[in-house]
Design a protein around this ligand. Structure first.
Ligand SMILES: Cc1cc2nc3c(=O)[nH]c(=O)nc-3n(C[C@H](O)[C@H](O)[C@H](O)COP(=O)(O)OP(=O)(O)OC[C@H]3O[C@@H](n4cnc5c(N)ncnc54)[C@H](O)[C@@H]3O)c2cc1C
Length: 398
């Protein structure tokens, strides 16, 4: 086996999942994560269809996932007085299994920590490749050599910037911003959520951790904003400017936001690249092909990509040229299908004017009685299942 020492940048979903499979196939993974510790927070992510579920089963973590599942029911769209106007079914939002992103990251970390070197609080600053490997320098640690480097560092991937160029070339803003944080379940929601849509804005709250807390979610339409991604205070000010006077629970949630233990804020974007590898560096998960946070596909896609990349490296006995090309062949069409979902949802999520917002609210009201009521869930399922996974188990070393 060639190229056994693999550095992965990012310890969220794609990175630890890749480390898991690399170890199973006899490689030696190291993960560098910029955050000082494993990052909690974020909203619920879903898995739907056989491809996602079979990867979870093959990883042996299905029982942990089941244990932590949110068990969410339907989502109601409410009017300004909080009165439910329309109910959307659970499978549209939650897929087959829904889990909080932070819980998923923890389960993946626990499944890999014994056989993966984790370096927290550091970040790659340069990658210099030669015929035998890559010399990697870090913000804090001393330079090291690795055989391969994989970027699993999300929508704003640092590895992608270093190996492929500035993110403006690859990230497409879908015209929507999103903020999510943990708050008190002051509405007493019971495994359910309420959403309130106005022109260009949507604010929602849903219960989490079996109703002991809630997640507040804000979406607003906007062209790209010039914001420092680490400047939380400024992001919170921007959110306040957009939602002051919006009605329903907006003001209360904006006040609570200032005390939230976690705060996620990002543009809703997609990543489009002609190739996901360059020499000894490759990308997986959102770094390679983010379908956008509105697609409901990001985490499932990240898991599938990690499974295939590790499997193809094993099948090619570590020959990265063969394996990286095969990884793209196996997953590119699948990723493109998931991205299509994200595009469509972004257009519907926050319609730009009052007429469209009210039309959509009315449509949701009658949707359960229409013949095509399951259409959206069916489209999502079809996209999620549009891959036949190879069985790499005979290549496993443990
Ligand atoms: C804290 C957090 C909250 C999130 N919340 C939501 C949410 O509410 N809704 C949603 O749709 N999606 C959310 N996401 C994104 C979602 O997790 C991904 O879309 C999906 O799971 C694919 O995962 P990924 O591992 O490819 O990328 P991500 O989950 O984005 O993970 C990327 C990882 O790389 C790390 N990283 C970034 N830069 C560097 C660097 N320079 N060096 C080393 N590590 C780096 C990040 O800290 C993160 O741990 C969130 C991600 C994070 C990290």
């Amino acid at each position: 086996m060639k190229n056994v020492n693999v550095l992965i940048s990012g310890a969220s979903v794609a990175g630890p999942a890749l480390a898991y499979w690399l170890h199973r196939h006899g490689f030696n993974p190291t993960i560098v994560e910029r955050a000082p510790a494993l990052r909690d927070g974020g909203y619920a992510v879903d898995f739907r269809g056989e491809a996602h579920l079979s990867v979870l089963r093959r990883m042996g973590i299905m029982a942990d996932i089941e244990h932590a599942r949110t068990g969410m029911g339907s989502m109601s769209y409410v009017n300004s007085a909080g009165k439910p106007q329309a109910k959307l079914p659970a499978d549209l939002f939650a897929g087959d299994i829904e889990i909080l992103r932070g819980d998923l990251a923890r389960i993946l970390y626990d499944a890999t920590k014994e056989h993966t070197e984790y370096i927290f609080g550091d970040s790659i600053t340069s990658l210099t490749e030669d015929d035998h490997g890559v010399t990697v320098t870090f913000e804090r640690g001393t330079p090291r050599r690795f055989d391969l480097v994989i970027g699993a560092d999300g929508l704003h991937s640092n590895t992608r910037r270093l190996a492929f160029g500035p993110e403006e070339q690859f990230v497409k803003h879908l015209g929507v911003y999103c903020a999510i944080f943990t708050t008190a379940n002051h509405l007493g929601l019971d495994h359910t959520g309420h959403a309130y849509r106005t022109a260009g804005r949507l604010v929602a709250m849903y219960s989490a951790r079996h109703n002991t807390q809630a997640k507040a979610v804000f979406y607003f339409g906007s062209p790209t904003l010039d914001l420092d991604r680490r400047d939380v205070a400024r992001q919170q000010d921007v959110l306040t400017e957009h939602f002051t006077g919006n009605g329903w629970q907006s003001e209360r949630l904006l006040r609570d936001m200032r005390y939230a233990p976690d705060f996620y804020f990002d543009s809703v974007g997609q990543v489009h690249m002609d190739t996901w590898s360059r020499g000894r560096v490759a990308l997986i998960g959102d770094a390679a092909h983010c379908p956008s946070s509105l697609s409901g596909m990001g985490s499932g896609l990240a898991l599938v990509g990690a499974y295939v990349l590790a499997g193809e490296l094993a099948a090619a006995h570590g020959d990265h040229r063969v394996a990286f090309a095969r990884y793209e062949e196996e997953t590119r069409e699948y990723a493109a299908g998931c991205q299509k979902m994200g595009d469509g949802v972004a257009k519907l999520m926050v319609p730009g004017n009052r007429f469209l917002a009210s039309l959509l609210n009315r449509y949701y009201k009658v949707m359960p009685y229409l013949p095509g009521k399951n259409m959206a869930a069916d489209i999502a399922r079809k996209a999620a299942e549009n891959i036949t996974l190879r069985d790499y188990s005979d290549l496993s070393r443990i």
